[in-house]
Design a protein around this ligand. Structure first.
Ligand code: GLV
Ligand code: GLV
Length: 330
């Protein structure tokens, strides 16, 4: 029996998730526009819905949440949930869920794609061939940096940071990590060492960021931190743009204060500063960490199942505001 609930989905997602929702609920509404909704459109569309399935670039702020007169669950189609005002949702008894786990490998792979692309100058090399500049093998053509024997510094050793660190074994790299808790998997599997942020910055050849965006991690990497890095170091960010002070990073890249960067995320997405576009020593991708068919399909299934659980009175697998469950009837 389909339940008489209304689910609003802010943008087309893989069919696997929609099928689960359509099987369980009578009214499954998907934004048919091939773009994200504006703030005003969000406010209008959330009225009267029982569940909202939204994207990491839908800003679900207090104003949007105040218009959710019936909503019981906000299911974010992402692992990060900095786009949602969790305090306001919790105050109104709305469960917020995310999609951890299923995009870990995809994001770890993209992190390594950026590491390899920037250290081996893949984008420059590809352009070189396309411009018909390849006139024959040459001893000094497009030299890059080798990874074996170098040190990978992982800032934030959660699921994704761990997956990135485990892949370092294949590249024969040493691993340092900065994290609140000890990470026994990384220590046992790759001999990783837990260090302070400053020690990591001073000693790593590749620094990769895997923390969530919170008030504490905003601009975690700023001018002071970049100054601690080796001149030959590379910074990789596949987490959230705001974790890095983009202006300070651009300055460092321009002045060759560090060797390069691989960035999948930016401070004011989708805006990317012209200065970054002009630099040769950066590789830029448009927030595609989880962009594999496999991950996006699984994310759709998890996001849909989280809604089904809440609306059928069960506890979903991935609740980001568990406090709300104590006061609810779930
Ligand atoms: C991607 O950035 C995510 O948070 O899922
Ligand atoms: C997110 O999935 C993380 O824990 O890194």
């Amino acid at each position: 029996m389909k339940k008489d609930y209304t689910i609003f989905i802010t943008r087309q997602i893989p069919e696997a998730g929609l099928q689960i929702l359509r099987k369980n609920f009578k009214n499954v509404i998907v934004n048919t526009k091939d773009r994200n909704l504006t703030h005003d459109e969000l406010v209008k569309n959330v009225r009267g819905v029982d569940a909202l399935l939204c994207l990491l670039n839908d800003k679900i702020d207090a104003e949007v949440i105040k218009n959710m007169d019936k909503c019981k669950v906000i299911s974010n189609y992402a692992v990060g949930f900095n786009n949602i005002d969790i305090v306001e949702a919790t105050k109104r008894g709305i469960v917020v869920t995310n999609t951890p786990g299923v995009l870990t490998d995809a994001t770890a792979d993209l992190t390594w794609a950026l590491i390899l692309a920037v250290t081996r100058r893949i984008i420059e090399a590809d352009k070189f061939v396309r411009k018909k500049k390849f006139k024959g093998w040459a001893p000094m053509l497009l030299l890059g940096t080798e990874l074996a024997g170098k040190t990978l510094g992982i800032i934030g050793a959660g699921r994704i940071g761990t997956a990135v660190g485990l892949r370092a074994k294949g590249f024969k790299m040493k691993v340092l990590y900065f994290n609140t808790n000890r990470n026994e998997t990384l220590e046992e599997e790759v001999g990783a060492k837990k260090v302070s942020l400053d020690t990591l910055l001073k000693n790593s050849d590749i620094i990769t960021i895997h923390v969530p965006l919170t008030p504490k991690t905003r601009h975690l990497i700023g001018e002071r931190e970049i100054k601690l890095m080796k001149k030959t170091a590379y910074l990789i960010n596949t987490s959230r743009g705001e974790v890095v002070d983009e202006k300070a990073l651009i300055k460092a890249l321009k002045n060759k204060r560090i060797a390069g960067a691989g960035l999948d995320v930016f401070e004011q997405e989708p805006f990317v500063p012209d200065e970054l576009l002009k630099l040769e020593n950066v590789v830029l991708t448009p927030h595609i960490g989880s962009a594999t068919f496999e991950a996006r399909t699984k994310m759709a299934i998890v996001a849909a199942e989280n809604i089904v659980k809440v609306l059928t009175g069960k506890i979903p697998a991935n609740v980001v505001n568990p406090e709300v469950l104590k006061s609810s009837k779930l």
